[in-house]
Design a protein around this ligand. Structure first.
Ligand SMILES: [Zn+2]
Length: 212
């Protein structure tokens, strides 16, 4: 049991480092893209500018792709980086949707559904990778293929992050947007149910004894 961390495997997604890295280029990109999204959204609110609001969303989307790319290119995917990225995503998404909802009351229902889904259900699901010795949710297929495929594979990520905005803006239909938001919500419930069935790895013993 004590040599649990000393098991070496060939999985690229498994965490093999003795310590995590706090300062990395990828984390710097995450910090900059989040700061840019916050500033642009605040300016959007101050000036009631839709253009600035979407510029903030774009800063988040582009930056979110860039930080992952930097981490992979430099072979510096860290668990702290993964967690930091997930938290910054929540902030950026909340800023965009709540501002949009304030200006477009016909979208209050789908945005309400989406907020609960993304801030609570998906947040818990995404952070659950930390219960395993994984680098990030991008390697969750080592735990479960179904959950990975529907939540963090490339098409699933696109569906989860950009589909709702596109449907909301292009169709301008609260019904279509609500149906999509409800479908994503249902997907997260099913994924969480599966996670519950798999069970999170047991955490037992004395915390104090382990940290000495
Ligand atoms: Zn492994």
């Amino acid at each position: 049991m004590n040599n649990k961390n000393k098991i070496f495997c060939d999985h690229h997604g498994c965490w093999h480092e003795p310590r995590d890295i706090w300062l990395s280029w990828a984390n710097l990109v995450t910090a900059v893209r989040t700061a840019a999204a916050v500033v642009l959204t605040m300016l959007a609110i101050a000036q009631h500018s839709t253009t600035l609001l979407f510029a903030g969303l774009l800063a988040y989307w582009i930056g979110d792709m860039a930080d992952g790319m930097v981490a992979r290119r430099l072979n510096r995917e860290t668990r702290i980086g993964g967690t930091f990225d997930i938290l910054c995503d929540r902030l950026c998404v909340a800023l965009f949707y709540m501002t949009y909802a304030t200006w477009h009351h016909n979208m209050l229902i789908p945005i309400g559904i989406y907020m609960v889904q993304f801030m609570v259900l998906d947040n818990f699901l995404t952070l659950s990778f930390t219960h395993w010795p994984l680098k990030s949710p991008n390697y969750f297929y080592l735990v479960d293929r179904f959950i990975y495929k529907w939540n963090w594979s490339k098409p699933a990520k696109a569906l989860n992050s950009s589909a709702l905005v596109l449907v909301m803006v292009l169709t301008k239909s609260p019904l279509a947007t609500s149906i999509l938001a409800a479908a994503i919500f249902a997907l997260k419930v099913v994924s969480l149910r599966r996670l519950q069935q798999i069970g999170l790895p047991e955490v037992v013993g004395c915390t104090e004894a382990k940290t000495i």
